[in-house]
Structure formats: structure tokens, C-alpha cells
Design a protein. Structure first.
Ligand code: E9O
Length: 606
């Protein structure tokens, strides 16, 4: 388990292990070979042929090998590195951190097992102080398995085709409960960092507003394994964006008042969106000192029975469902892509996105904080179709890890526990009650939601949510080609849904596959003209619903075209993007830009 993201300070050092590692996959028919032959006990190249593999990246699209692209099973990674001698002299604690590795990871350092992790979208770490070697090379081996089953989040199923007359021996396919490509690999940075032996283990920040005063409620957790004769004390200073000290407090748990505070505002409302303070937390204990810098945005989030309030002001979500997806690197963190996507979000005038359908890289969350982009943080529970206790335990675990990582991001205003669960199943009721209770126990400061898609009449999950999100595809999956049904059906379903739930409600997906460059008038499905008209019909309905007062947002599916599994209604990916996979605008982008900029002008302060 971990809680603070690895950051440098005058006390803590960081060494990034990203680069081109060695890689090999296992024989499909003999998945245990790597473990049986103990590939982790030596450099991977000594076990046979290896190929170069970039980290971070998905492994699927970087080679010319179809077996690797479609691989399901154990894949092996290895790299070598040195530890600076100074880390030994200073008697530092050394931690090995993975931003994410998809899906099951088994990590060995210098031939010794150090940590396992399940789940492809959240960080994990191990204290490796006693495993690292100082005056020689270290080698780090990672075995990764991307198999999804009935009891993984998200779910999938491996289907074996045992008929030797029709299929090659050992043939199997991985089916999944979602349409995006199940990219696999070490998707985010691998980092070594140091802390002192008595260290800041966690910082929890919750903010409030009283008039012009910002109230920062903080708790600093110190690692529990410290010797009992040390009673560490904390010193906390608040710096503004000019690096001026604006407030300070003692104690590891306290309340700080920032007078005449600059609040964290979403983009489009305030001239200075995304204002961030820095908490400098200093821990003093015995002869040990630790320092950690935690950013803080002072803002509040509240939900009434019909509105969503940020800093007491009604907020209307305009934006996207996204994916971490791009050419070649798949789901691997890509800094140019991250910056480009935020530039496009701002260009189009959007103010928010949902991390469909899994928590995104921390670099993305940090940018959202800085740029004032509002985030609905979604768990990897996409397409759940069974609700037993095994799955529930895993769902609670992933919520714990997600909240642990993202709790201090001001951009995160809501937790989305799931996307499109089969929430009419009788077991869904108790299941979602448990998931929501657990989420609220971990963080009572944010509302909880889920993206629902089944018929609202029989849905059993919505009653536990603070906000209702619904995915609808009128004029696409139903009545394809008939944009004239969109207005009535959208108004009807959201009005009735609101009557049922009596909670703020928004559309979390609507979209039409659009092949860039295809035009036809009158509009025909898959053309840019159809996507444009499809959006415009929706927008008429949204304006009607907004006037009623309970409709709080519109998130289009999807920000950009993205890769999918191979199936006959996907032509090299899902084409519902407003931007192509290369991040160029389709015609509909202009319609959206016009609308968003216009609506943003209406919602500026004063
Ligand atoms: C989830 C998202 O990941 N929602 C899907 C998106 C899509 O484009 C997918 O990419 O397919 C839409 C689900 C719509 C279900 C409606 C079915 C209605 C049948 C008549």
C-alpha cells in the first residue's frame, strides 16, 4: 500500500527507471515457464531471446508481432540500474514505486520477490531498503499478466477453443466487458525514491470556505514503525503561488485559516482558474527530518437535490469521457499527449472530463488541478455483470486505492464507482449500497456517482448515488440515422429519471461514430455531418432540461477516437471522438466549441 505520490524535496530524492527495458512473453501453452525456470534470478537476456520494450508504454503496438499485440498471459520485463552511494551513507529508506502496471504484477529485485499488485490503473510500491545493492548493478524483473476474468475489475473471460479440427492447439481468446483495447504493459513511470526512516506517510487535506477565508483541515500521518522514544512533531507552512508564506501551524493535525484566500475555481468561471497553494510539511523527530510538499486547492463541493455546487456556485459540466489511448504507446503515459489534450480541452471551451473507465495517470490529475479542469474520477469497474462477494471485495479495494491516491486533488469533485453496470440485477442493490458506503466512509467530502445505462425504471443502484449519470445513444444505438428522435427521447428519459431519483442528473455519454473525412447531406450515419447534427439535436434538448433546473451537465462520448477490440462494428477503433486519434478536430468540434464558449460566458462570476 502507499499513499503519497513520490516527490522530491530537500530531503527526498528520486531516480526514475523509465527507459528501454528487456522484454519477452511466455509460450502461450506453458504459462508458468518463467516462474518454473526462475527467470527473475538472472538478467532476462540470459534466459533466451529478449526484445527491447519501452517503459512506460503498452507492449501491444510497438512490435510487428501479432502474437505480442494480442497476447494474453505472463509477460516479463527487466532493467538494470545503480543506486547512488550517497543513499547508503545517509541511511535512507528506499522505496520502489510503479505508477501502474496492467494487470497483475509480480516484482523481483535482485532475484528476490518484493511485491505483487492486482489492478492495472493505480500505483503500488515496496520498501526495498534491504534489497538494493550499493556498489554493484541491481536488476529489476517484473512479471505481468493481463488476463481478465469473471473476478477481476474490470471483468473479462478467457474462452478456450478445444476443437482441434477447427482451431490450432491451445487456441483461446480473451473476451472483455467493454469495447476499448485491453492494452497491457508497464503503463506509468517506475521510480525509486528515498525518505528518512521516520517519514511522512500520508497527508489528508479537506478544505472549507468561510466568507473570504479558506480553511485547510489537514492530517499528517507518520509511519507507525518508528521507535517509540521518538515522538515526531509537524510544522506546516502554506505558500501561495508567488511562493509567499501566507499561514503556518504546528501539530500533525490542525486547521489552518488562510485569510483573503484565492479559491480553486474551475476554468471558465473565474479569471484565475486552478489556484493552488503549497503545504510545506516538515516532520521533526529525533535527529530525523522529513519534508513533503503537498499542493492544495481551497474549494468546496456540495450537492442539493437538483444542483451541483462548487464554492457555493452552481456548476454545469461541459466536457468529455476520455481514454488514455494513443498510437504506438497504447495506454502508456505520454507527456506531449497529456499537454496536447489539455490544450484541446481549453480550445474547445470544455470545463470537465470523466476518467472513463479507470483512474488516469497522476500527471493528468496534476494538470487538471493546475488548469482548473473539473474531474469525475472513475474506478475501473466498467461493465460489471455479476455482483458476488469476491467481486465486491475487489471493488472495495480498488476504491480504497483510488481514493488514497486522488483524495487531495481539488480537480476531483466526484467519485464514479462504476460505468454501465447491469444494475437491474437483484444483487446489484446490496452490492452498490456496500460500494457507496465504503466510498463515503473513506471520503465524506465528495459526492458519489455512477454512469448508468440500463432502463432507469428497473435500476437498483441510482438510489445510493448523490448524482445520477446516464449514458444514452438515441439516434445511434437505437433508431440509427434518425436524429429527429433525439430531442423528444432525451427530454423524456431525463425528466422521468429525475422524477424517480430526485437528484441532480447529467448525461455522461452521448455520441456517434464518425469517420473523419466522410460527408453526406442529408446526413448519414458515420459521416461528419451526422455527428454534427446529432450533437445539435442533443443540445436543444439539453437547453430545455437546463431550464428545468435539475440537469447539471453534458459529457460527450468521446474526446478522441480510440482503439478497441476487434469486432465487426468497430473499424479500427471506436470513432466517436470529437477529435481523431491524432488529435485533429472533426467538423463537430466547431459546433461544440461554439456552444461551450457561449455557455461559459454565461457562467462567469459577477
Ligand atoms: C461505454 C463506452 O466505453 N458505453 C458504450 C460506448 C460505445 O461507444 C463505449 O465505448 O459503445 C455505449 C453503450 C451504449 C449502450 C446502449 C445500447 C442500446 C441498445 C439499443
Amino acid at each position: 500500500t502507499r499513499s503519497l505520490s513520490p516527490k522530491e524535496s530537500e530531503i527526498r530524492e528520486k531516480k526514475i527507471l523509465d527507459g528501454i527495458w528487456d522484454f519477452k512473453i511466455c509460450n502461450i501453452r506453458n504459462q508458468d515457464t518463467g516462474f518454473q525456470e526462475k527467470w527473475f534470478t538472472k538478467a532476462l537476456r540470459k534466459t533466451g531471446d529478449v526484445i527491447p520494450m519501452p517503459v512506460p508504454s503498452s507492449f501491444n503496438d510497438v512490435t510487428q508481432n501479432k502474437t505480442i499485440r494480442d497476447y494474453v498471459g505472463w509477460a516479463w520485463y527487466e532493467t538494470q540500474f545503480f543506486i547512488p552511494t550517497s543513499w547508503n551513507a545517509d541511511k535512507q529508506r528506499i522505496v520502489l514505486y510503479f505508477g501502474s502496471a496492467h494487470y497483475h504484477a509480480c516484482v523481483f529485485l535482485n532475484g528476490i520477490w518484493v511485491v505483487n499488485h492486482t489492478g492495472g490503473h493505480l500505483p503500488f510500491q515496496a520498501d526495498v531498503t534491504n534489497n538494493v545493492k550499493f556498489s554493484v548493478k541491481n536488476w529489476l524483473t517484473v512479471a505481468l499478466n493481463n488476463t481478465l476474468t469473471h473476478h477481476t475489475i474490470p471483468q473479462g473471460k478467457v474462452i478456450y477453443k478445444d476443437n482441434p479440427e477447427e482451431y490450432p492447439e491451445g487456441f483461446y481468446v480473451q473476451s472483455v466487458n467493454f469495447d476499448f483495447f485491453n492494452y497491457a504493459g508497464i503503463h506509468r513511470s517506475v521510480i525509486l525514491y528515498t525518505t528518512p526512516t521516520v517519514y511522512i506517510d500520508d497527508i489528508i487535506v479537506v478544505t472549507k470556505i468561510n466568507g473570504t477565508t479558506g480553511i485547510i483541515n489537514y492530517t499528517v500521518a507518520v509511519n507507525s514503525a518508528q521507535p517509540s522514544y521518538i515522538s515526531p512533531s509537524c510544522y506546516v507552512e502554506v505558500f501561495d503561488m508567488d511562493d509567499d508564506l501566507v499561514a503556518q501551524e504546528k501539530k500533525c493535525q490542525n486547521v489552518i485559516n488562510v485569510r483573503n484566500a484565492k479559491f480553486w475555481w474551475p476554468i471558465g468561471i473565474h479569471p484565475q482558474p486552478g489556484y493552488l497553494y503549497t503545504l510545506k510539511v516538515t516532520l521533526l523527530g529525533g535527529n530525523i527530518k522529513d519534508v513533503y510538499y503537498q499542493t492544495v486547492g481551497i474549494r468546496t463541493v456540495e450537492v442539493t437535490d437538483r444542483t451541483f455546487l462548487i464554492n457555493g456556485k452552481p456548476f454545469y459540466f461541459m466536457g468529455f469521457g476520455k481514454h488514455e489511448d494513443s498510437n504506438i504507446r497504447g495506454r502508456g503515459v505520454d507527456l506531449p499527449l497529456i499537454v496536447k489534450d489539455f490544450n484541446l480541452i481549453k480550445w474547445i471551451g470544455a470545463n470537465s472530463f470523466r476518467t472513463s473507465h479507470y483512474p488516469y495517470a497522476e500527471e493528468i490529475m496534476d494538470q487538471a488541478d493546475k488548469q482548473g479542469i473539473v474531474v469525475i474520477d472513475e474506478s475501473p469497474a466498467v461493465g460489471l455483470d455479476a455482483f458476488d462477494s469476491v467481486l465486491l471485495t475487489k471493488h472495495l479495494q480498488v476504491m480504497t486505492e483510488m481514493i488514497q491516491r486522488d483524495k487531495n486533488h481539488p480537480s476531483v469533485v466526484m467519485w464514479s464507482v462504476a460505468n454501465e453496470p447491469k444494475s437491474s440485477e437483484p444483487e446489484a442493490k446490496n452490492y452498490f449500497k456496500r460500494v457507496v458506503d465504503h466510498t463515503k466512509k473513506l471520503d465524506s467530502s465528495r459526492p458519489v456517482t455512477a454512469a448508468l445505462s440500463g432502463p432507469y425504471e428497473t435500476d437498483l443502484a441510482g438510489k445510493f448515488m448523490d448524482v445520477i449519470m446516464q449514458n444514452h445513444y438515441f439516434g445511434w444505438y437505437s433508431d440509427p440515422g434518425y436524429t429527429q428522435v433525439i430531442y423528444k427521447q432525451t427530454i423524456s428519459v431525463f425528466t422521468k429519471s429525475y422524477e424517480k431519483y430526485k437528484k441532480p442528473i447529467m448525461i455522461s455519454e452521448y455520441g456517434a461514430d464518425t469517420v473523419v473525412g466522410l460527408h453526406m447531406d442529408p446526413a448519414f450515419i458515420f459521416t461528419e455531418d451526422y455527428q454534427t447534427e446529432y450533437l445539435m439535436e442533443h443540445h436543444k434538448a439539453f437547453d430545455f432540461l437546463r431550464d428545468k433546473g435539475f440537469f447539471i451537465g453534458e459529457l460527450i462520448w468521446n474526446f478522441a477516437d480510440f482503439m478497441t477490440i476487434q469486432k465487426i462494428n468497430r473499424v479500427v477503433g471506436n470513432k466517436k471522438g470529437i477529435f481523431t486519434r491524432e488529435r485533429q478536430p472533426k467538423a463537430a468540434a466547431k459546433v461544440l466549441r461554439c456552444r461551450y464558449l457561449h455557455l461559459a460566458n454565461q457562467s462567469t462570476l459577477d
